[in-house]
Design a protein around this ligand. Structure first.
Ligand code: MRU
Length: 365
């Protein structure tokens, strides 16, 4: 997407690769919206740390980062021994996979890269196939989001008020975003609408990232406290909900997404407000049979007990909670299929329980 920093507008992707330096380049999302900075991850362990520590976050973006990280690890290998190379690839894969557990995109992305490199007969061939496959994943991610926009834009009519949760914008993907794609496409079609961004405690991705993106894109929006959505729905002030997902089960239509999504889906159902989930194909898990099996990341309690922000020119953490109290911090929740009106995919809008029926079209081998 286009970013304007210091009066200059330029197109950026969230994740790119510097082949000369064998480095994964990431937007330092923890500093946004206060600073816009690109940082290099110089080896696969640093790339894994970038995912774990949320320099980069969001399903598609960490998928592309993991794919590039796998290529980066492959390209750092010295020698011609294919067996040793395969063992090394396994270490790189496991290190990147362990960085964050809930989103399935990194695993799907790396499985794709691993399958493609098998065609290489030498280490060198496999190394170059790995980078090409990672580039393909990143390009596909951007194309999927563009297609999501085309299909989803028709859901947004003039004058609508749209609620979104967390950040499933271009920062959470390589470009364009999933939940935001219909908004950007509707804007391009000349429609006028307003977006409510859930603040999304504890990390505040809605207040910091989605709001920044929408402001960059000049889309009318306001940040609301997470607890305000029910009130606005009850007063008829929300017409549509569009969120992203970190893992959507192809067999059941259950959707894992940022903590608080389930609550919003229950509220939307109660108020008969359409609730859509926008996903690229890499977010579909075709194997898991129950939402209860989705690994839910438990994050550090410090995120709940305080928050990060700017004080003058200093970016700092401030404790808010009662000293001595502890916290529980599950990062994601799972929304059942019956609360979801439709899944906006690059192949069209599909009922959550019909994903399995459409599996061929949706790329399941
Ligand atoms: O913890 P995060 O910020 O990596 O959470 C992931 C997300 O951005 C959200 O859950 C989002 O709604 C779906 S990912 C596109």
């Amino acid at each position: 997407m286009n970013v304007t920093v210091g009066g200059k507008t330029r197109h950026y992707r969230t994740v790119t690769f510097d082949a000369k330096k064998n480095a994964v380049l990431l937007i330092e999302q923890r500093l946004l919206p206060h600073q816009f900075k690109i940082v290099p991850m110089r080896d696969f362990r640093e790339t894994a740390a970038g995912i774990r520590d949320m320099i980069v976050r969001g399903a598609g973006a960490i998928g592309a980062t993991a794919a590039y990280g796998l290529a980066q690890g492959a390209r750092a290998f010295r020698g011609n021994d294919l067996k040793k190379f395969s063992r090394h690839i396994e270490t790189v894969y496991q290190t990147l996979k362990a960085a964050r557990p809930t989103a399935v995109d990194p695993v799907n992305a790396m499985n794709g890269v691993r399958a493609i490199i098998q065609a290489g007969e030498t280490v060198e061939e496999q190394q170059s196939l790995a980078l090409a496959a990672a580039e393909d994943f990143a390009n596909d991610d951007a194309q999927h989001c563009e297609a999501i926009g085309r299909h989803g834009a028709k859901l947004i009519r003039n004058g609508m008020r749209v609620l979104t949760h967390c950040n499933a914008g271009w920062l959470a993907f390589v470009d364009i975003g999933s939940a935001t794609a219909p908004m950007y496409a509707a804007q391009a079609a000349g429609k006028k609408f307003h977006v409510f961004c859930d603040e999304t405690r504890p990390r505040c991705q809605g207040a910091t990232l989605t709001a920044w993106e929408l402001a960059q894109q000049k889309i009318s929006h306001q940040i609301i406290a997470d607890n305000a959505a029910g009130h606005l729905m009850q007063r008829g002030e929300i017409d549509l909900v569009i969120v992203g997902s970190d893992r959507t089960l192809g067999r059941t239509g259950e959707v894992a997404n940022k903590i608080g999504t389930y609550t919003k889906a229950v509220l939307a159902h109660r108020h008969k407000i359409p609730f859509y989930v926008a996903i690229p194909l890499s977010t579909i898990d075709w194997n898991m049979r129950s939402g209860f099996d989705i690994p839910i990341e438990e994050r550090n309690e410090s995120e709940v007990l305080g928050g990060w922000g700017m004080s003058g020119s200093k970016f700092q953490y401030t404790r808010i909670a009662n000293p001595g109290s502890g916290a529980r911090n599950p990062g994601f929740d799972v929304t059942p299929a019956e609360l979801i009106t439709g899944i906006i995919t690059p192949e069209g809008i599909i009922k959550p329980r019909d994903l399995w029926k459409n599996r061929k079209k949706l790329g399941h081998a």
